[in-house]
Design a binder for this molecule. Structure first.
Ligand SMILES: [Zn+2]
Length: 343
């Protein structure tokens, strides 16, 4: 089997539960972005629900949730929310639903901290740090302004997070819906992304770590300018391949549930390696980060995707730097130029 297959040809109606395995329900929530939906998962207990991810903090999501509260929960509260990672579409309404349902939040320490470092941090030091980070990447003043504008938009898509949480760690076992699930931490797309595997049902809730049709953004952030998330991503692909097989039903945050997870992991790794081979060739001459955009991205880079483009290009460049194949040299203004070392 080379590819992936979809057992559900059609998406379910928004805001209604669809049972896809014993006690496991699929909830598709619409989003007002170019990525127009997120899949959330609910696991039914005798007296309550466990919810995986929440949707973003928008008025339409809140309205949808009000409808879900009154029509889908069968008078059972949501008692716990597991957030796969701290991006706004996954964690956005965690605080709001926790308060509404008296639920507790379960998340990894890395994701809880990432939220506080990136989305809930307006300290002058972190603003200066981000400014230097993008200046070194060759961003213009307008582009840097756009970064701050977008971080603010992102931050507003997350309702105030609960101040306490229950930490989930790699290999933790958790009973959900009478079945045993195992926490599997993925890396690259976010620092400590929670995936959940149920061996008995052969189900894998993959979040954004493994998606059927799009590759998730792998970015370097101003808080850790020399990070190498691409290496983390490759390692995670190998690790997940040891957990799931092509017969595992993968439940992704975007797109349709699918079989062929191992094949998809291989494709994602191979595609990323291919992109980096092209990037390496392109760095025969010294290049700034933004000069690499046409090599790495098919989409036009505008204000809306600029921040992710800088982050993702840097992730590829940092990977090649860590391998000693390219080197970054700053010019007199501090702008970094990346070039092959010949190694
Ligand atoms: Zn994400």
């Amino acid at each position: 089997m080379k590819n992936i297959t979809y057992p559900y040809k059609r998406k379910p109606k928004n805001n209604t539960f669809k049972e896809i395995a014993p006690r496991v329900y699929w909830l598709r929530l619409g989003m007002p972005f170019s990525l127009d939906h997120i899949n959330l998962w609910l696991i039914e207990e005798d007296n309550y629900w466990t919810l995986v991810d929440t949707g973003p903090n928008t008025s339409t999501s809140k309205t949808a949730w009000q409808e879900i509260f009154s029509t889908q929960l069968q008078n059972k509260p949501i008692k716990q929310i597991i957030c796969t990672h701290s991006h706004p579409d996954h964690v956005g309404l965690a605080g709001w639903i926790c308060e509404n349902q008296s639920a507790k939040l379960l998340i990894s320490k890395g994701e809880f901290e990432f939220y506080h470092q990136i989305f809930a941090n307006n300290k002058p030091t972190s603003i200066a740090q981000a400014q230097t980070f993008y200046q070194q990447a060759g961003a213009s003043d307008d582009q840097i302004k756009s970064y701050f504008k977008h971080i603010k938009i992102f931050s507003n898509l997350i309702s105030l997070m609960p101040s306490s949480y229950q930490q989930l760690q790699h290999n933790d076992g958790i009973t959900l819906g009478k079945y045993q699930w195992q926490v599997h931490i993925g890396r690259g797309h976010s620092p400590e992304h929670i995936c959940l595997f149920c061996e008995e049902l052969n189900l894998f809730i993959s979040g954004d770590q493994l998606l059927p049709t799009i590759s998730s953004n792998i970015s370097v952030w101003p808080t850790q300018p020399n990070a190498n998330p691409m290496a983390d991503f490759f390692l995670s692909c190998q690790d997940i391949s040891k957990v799931i097989n092509n017969q595992t039903l993968v439940l992704p945050s975007h797109g349709l549930p699918f079989y062929g997870g191992e094949n998809r992991l291989n494709t994602l790794s191979e595609d990323a390696k291919q992109d980096m081979a092209c990037l390496y060739d392109f760095c025969l001459q010294p290049r700034t980060v933004s000069e690499t955009f046409p090599i790495l991205f098919k989409a036009n880079i505008d204000e809306n995707n600029l921040m992710l483009a800088f982050g993702e290009a840097l992730a590829s460049l940092n990977y090649l730097c860590a391998q000693g194949r390219i080197i970054a040299t700053p010019d007199e203004n501090g702008i970094k130029y990346y070039q092959q070392t010949g190694a």
